[in-house]
Each structure stands twice: as structure tokens, then as C-alpha cells.
Design a protein around this ligand. Structure first.
Ligand SMILES: [Fe+2]
Ligand SMILES: [Fe+2]
Length: 173
């Protein structure tokens, strides 16, 4: 086994957090869809898919390093929100929590002199910067927009990840 049991189990816990994020983002996307906001819907669908990729990445790594993958029970997410701001704030807070847990995993890998895991986790550290800045910019735009949700939709439509998501969605079978 190339990683310690403690690291394998902590990384497994992180898989649970990534699945939770995917579920939460799917529910946020459903909220936006209910409120006829297609761009925000597409963005959060794409974010949910990304979280599944994160979970898979961790799962593959643990397995490759000879560890046991034991995914914990996934907690229930929030299904409804009072405002668009509240929904995005939920996502932002979740990204904040994930950033903290990734940092703790990195601390553990450093303590154990596990250079392999450090290398793997660095990708997540960089990814968290991107995701935190996306959600934080989105919150700024929503607060600036006030009741003008069309303005928010236009902003989201111009984001590179939304355009990518749309092009994948409209790809012929
Ligand atoms: Fe993630
Ligand atoms: Fe994320």
C-alpha cells in the first residue's frame, strides 16, 4: 500500500464531500430551472458534473495507491431557497468548507511526508481557487443586479464554463 490507512480513509471522506457537492448543485440547478433561469441552471448542472469528476479522481487515486475506498453516508442537501442569492451563497459556503477540508488533507499528507498524495492534492488546491472565485464573483454580480435577474443570466451566459457546458449539451448524439 503506497498511502497510509489514515490518508486512504481521510481521502474517502473527501469523496463523500464531493458527492454531497454534486447533489447540492443538482438541487440548486433544479431550483433555478423551477424559476426559469436557464443559464444558472446550466452552470450548476456543469458544476455538479465537475464534482462527480472530483469524486472519481479521488477514488481512482486511492485504488491505484492500494487503499480501500469507503465512501461515507452522504448528508442531505438543501432543496429550496428564498432567493437566487441564497442559493448561490449556499454553493459558496460549500466551496469554502471543501477548501478547508482539502487544506486539512494537504496538511496530513505533509505530516506523513507523503509526496505522492501531496502532488495529487495540489490539483484540488488549484481547483478550489477557481471554484471559490467563480462563486464569489457570481455573488457580487447577483448583489449588484438586485431584482434584475436578466443581468445575472447574461453574465452567466458569458462565462467560459457555461459556453462549454452548452456546447456539450447540444452535441449531436
Ligand atoms: Fe470538488
Ligand atoms: Fe467544487
Amino acid at each position: 500500500m503506497m498511502i497510509s490507512e489514515k490518508l486512504a480513509s481521510s481521502l474517502s471522506t473527501q469523496i463523500g464531500r464531493e458527492y454531497f457537492a454534486a447533489i447540492q448543485y443538482d438541487m440548486i440547478a433544479a431550483y433555478f430551472e423551477r424559476h426559469a433561469l436557464p443559464e444558472l441552471t446550466a452552470l450548476f448542472r456543469a458544476q455538479a458534473d465537475e464534482e462527480l469528476v472530483h469524486a472519481q479522481k479521488l477514488l481512482d487515486y486511492i485504488t491505484e495507491a492500494g487503499g480501500i475506498v469507503e465512501i461515507p453516508e452522504i448528508k442531505k442537501g438543501l432543496a429550496d431557497f428564498n432567493t437566487v442569492e441564497e442559493a448561490v451563497h449556499t454553493a459558496y459556503q460549500n466551496e469554502e468548507a471543501v477548501t478547508n477540508s482539502i487544506n486539512e488533507l494537504m496538511d496530513l499528507a505533509i505530516t506523513q511526508n507523503d509526496h505522492l498524495t501531496r502532488g495529487m492534492l495540489q490539483w484540488f488546491v488549484d481547483e478550489q481557487l477557481e471554484e471559490m472565485s467563480l462563486q464569489s464573483d457570481l455573488l457580487t454580480v447577483i448583489r449588484r443586479a438586485g431584482t434584475d435577474l436578466h443581468y445575472v443570466e447574461q453574465y452567466v451566459a458569458k462565462l467560459p464554463m457555461t459556453q462549454k457546458a452548452v456546447s456539450i449539451a447540444s452535441r449531436p448524439e
